[in-house]
Design a binder for this molecule. Structure first.
Ligand SMILES: Cc1cc2nc3c(=O)[nH]c(=O)nc-3n(C[C@H](O)[C@H](O)[C@H](O)COP(=O)(O)OP(=O)(O)OC[C@H]3O[C@@H](n4cnc5c(N)ncnc54)[C@H](O)[C@@H]3O)c2cc1C
Length: 175
């Protein structure tokens, strides 16, 4: 590509998402990576798709991104992200109950579908969970996991369909 409008460094989940959005909005985007698509930390992700963060801007971003996971075929297209809804719970012992309540209230103000539940409610949701030393849990019924490599590859494919160019095995030495 000659004279790209934007050069994206890194063809992992963030770079491929950036390239997809830029190209979709009409920019000439070139993506450079020193390795292959998804050869960085993205391939090592634990794959959780959840909104429980303690930093409000991060939680807001996760909530906005969540629509992508639930509507992937319409927004991004093939081959898909492998999202599976399982529900997500984070548990705390008694000394952290107040902090968890405060955090869940912050997440609810953003609009995130989350609530606190007691150990009995958690056990009813997941009977195999050992809830003996659990004082409280935050529960997100809509959350789950996705396939990090498929997610990245799908964004890369969508970026390419929209006109972005990938230049791989090309380390960037300076900016
Ligand atoms: C063990 C683990 C578990 C995780 N679990 C989760 C989870 O459950 N849920 C979640 O949402 N997040 C999780 N994360 C975080 C998530 O994986 C990262 O936030 C995300 O992958 C970062 O993506 P990225 O595109 O910014 O960077 P990376 O995936 O690290 O990609 C950076 C890219 O830049 C390229 N690059 C670097 N330097 C150069 C250069 N000089 N020239 C050219 N290319 C270069 C690399 O080759 C690489 O492809 C986890 C991370 C780890 C490590």
């Amino acid at each position: 590509m000659k004279n790209p409008d934007v050069i994206v460094i890194g063809a992992a989940v963030v770079g491929c998402s950036l390239a997809f959005h830029l190209a979709r909005d009409g920019a000439k985007a070139a993506v450079l990576d020193k390795g292959r698509i998804c050869s960085g930390m993205s391939a090592r992700s634990g794959a959780l798709v959840r909104m429980h963060y303690t930093f409000a801007p991060e939680a807001e971003l996760a909530w906005k991104s969540f629509t992508y996971f639930t509507h992937w075929p319409e927004i991004v297209g093939p081959p898909g992200c492998g999202f599976v809804r399982t529900g997500f719970a984070i548990v705390v012992a008694s000394e952290n109950v107040d902090r968890l309540r405060t955090n869940v209230a912050m997440l609810q103000r953003i609009g995130i579908d989350t609530r606190t539940i007691d150990p009995k409610q958690l056990w009813e949701i997941e009977p195999e969970a050992n809830v003996e030393d659990v004082a409280m849990a935050a529960y997100e019924p809509q959350s789950g996991y996705a396939d990090p490599v498929a997610t990245t590859q799908s964004l890369a494919n969508a970026a390419q369909r929209a006109g972005a160019e990938f230049v791989l095995d090309t380390p960037v030495a300076a900016i």
